[in-house]
Write a protein that binds this ligand. Structure first.
Ligand SMILES: [Zn+2]
Length: 447
């Protein structure tokens, strides 16, 4: 059986099947680069099996084989947390690599034993976007049961808040995001430090898919994001999409974990990695043999996206735009809602379907004429500004705006509903589209 790090024919075929769904531009929000001399890893391991140096160039070569090089726009790179590793050298290596890759960004690794003075110079680097923290450095033992503050000290939150930086968090405790203490800490810190941007790695560490039930407890936090890295089952990714929508989830490879030949799967009350040494594949497997985990994870993400009914634009956000926005890679459009309304007024009398929904009836030039997402009573306009919908007495409203975005056969109408205080953007992209696609369109004045 082939080893880690190599893309074999089975893996190549699996990847080929995914390519038609992939956007043309992708950014990897979770990837590690390193030199083994800095890791000081002992014994057989993924790290020892691979190259002695794994720069961004190596990441690119590995993923180029899977998705094609022209797609890879860049990545967010950070060190490998290991107890014996030289973290200072690792941080220096990240900076030296970033300087060769202007479209990428990096995180520095910090521990509770560090202080701001020691690492402040890194934060001035224009390509350093924040902090990587990890439980093995916690003073709470065993560290698998550590609180978040045990390995992510408050000065990290303060500095991330002050600079609008990222904290990459791989939380621990057996139940991960289903653990009420983890939820409480995340809610407290994200509320206290609203400009810090928290990425919950590995789908809020939902390698055990049923733990994803805890994700809904984070609803309402605008500075929480998720990456898909190394999660090989779609269930938790679907929960994120249902609870937080497509603007909060990002594709991450967890390179070089993506180069492991295997798959993480939910079993009993935990999870296991099905790797070549796990069982007697020749005797027990029907055709199935492990392929690279990065391909399994990509397949799970695309499956979740299809199941939830995401469209091409949503996938562009998951694979690139969300990271670009989070890391400020590109200037953000600021007036998309009003610009779309101005455009629509040239195509649709009054700009919207019903006179009563015209923004001029409310606050001309300010009212969110169109929304792009709605969950529960929360509505987001085209610029990503969130509103609480409390302005109508129509009893139909709650039913419509909480309707799941999951009916690809009836898009765009069935995702959002029409009879709410603002118009869904899909419909606004012109009457012809709204009428054709809409079950309500049959009764619309444009039909
Ligand atoms: Zn990682």
């Amino acid at each position: 059986m082939d080893k880690n790090w190599t893309l074999n024919e089975r893996g190549r075929r699996a990847a080929q099947e995914l390519l038609p769904q992939l956007p043309v531009k992708i950014f990897d929000i979770h990837a590690h680069i390193y030199r083994t001399q800095d890791l000081k890893a002992a014994g057989d391991s993924l790290w020892a099996e691979g190259p002695k140096e794994v720069p961004i160039r190596e990441w690119r070569a590995g993923w180029e084989e899977v998705v094609g090089g022209e797609r890879l726009a860049g990545g967010l790179f950070f060190p490998v947390p290991m107890l014996a590793a030289d973290l200072r050298s690792q941080n220096d290596y990240i900076v030296s690599q970033l300087e060769k890759e202007p479209s990428s960004r990096g995180l520095i690794i910090v521990t509770p034993d560090d202080n701001l003075q020691q690492i402040a110079a890194y934060l001035e680097h224009p390509q350093i976007a924040g902090f990587k923290v990890y439980h093995i450095y916690s003073n709470e033992k065993p560290t698998w049961g550590s609180s978040i503050r045990g390995f992510c000290p408050e000065w990290v939150w303060q500095e991330a808040d002050r600079r609008g930086m990222v904290i990459m968090l791989h939380m621990v405790k057996d139940r991960a995001i289903a653990d009420p203490d983890n939820v409480r800490e995340i809610r407290d810190m994200c509320t206290q430090y609203p400009h810090a941007k928290l990425i919950l790695a590995h789908a809020a560490r939902c390698f055990h898919a049923p733990n994803a039930k805890g994700i809904s407890a984070l609803r309402g936090l605008e500075n929480v994001y998720f990456d898909s890295s190394a999660v090989c089952e779609p269930e938790a990714l679907k929960v994120i999409l249902q609870q937080f929508g497509p603007r909060k989830l990002m594709w991450g490879s967890d390179y070089p974990v993506s180069q492991i030949r295997g798959k993480s799967v939910t079993v009993g009350d935990g999870f296991v990695w099905l790797e070549p040494g796990f069982g007697k594949w020749d005797q027990t497997a029907h055709l199935g043999r492990p392929i690279l985990a990065g391909i399994e994870s990509l397949r799970a993400l695309l499956t979740a996206a299809a199941d939830v009914g995401l469209n091409e634009q949503d996938l562009e956000h998951i694979f690139y735009c969300n990271a670009a926005r989070l890391l400020r890679l590109e200037p953000e459009p600021r007036n998309a809602t009003q610009e779309l309304y101005a455009h629509a007024k040239k195509r649709i009398p009054g700009g919207v379907q019903l006179l009563s929904k015209r923004p001029e009836n409310m606050a001309p030039g300010k009212w969110p004429a169109y929304f792009r997402e709605a969950r529960g009573c929360e509505v987001w306009d085209m610029d990503g500004v969130r509103y609480y919908d409390m302005s109508t007495t129509r009893r139909i409203l709650p039913a419509w705006i909480s309707r799941p975005r999951c009916d690809p056969g009836r898009r765009p109408q069935s995702e959002y509903g029409k009879h709410v205080l603002s118009e869904p953007a899909g419909g606004s992209r012109v009457g012809r589209y709204a009428v054709r696609a809409s079950p309500l369109g049959r009764s619309s004045p444009f039909h």
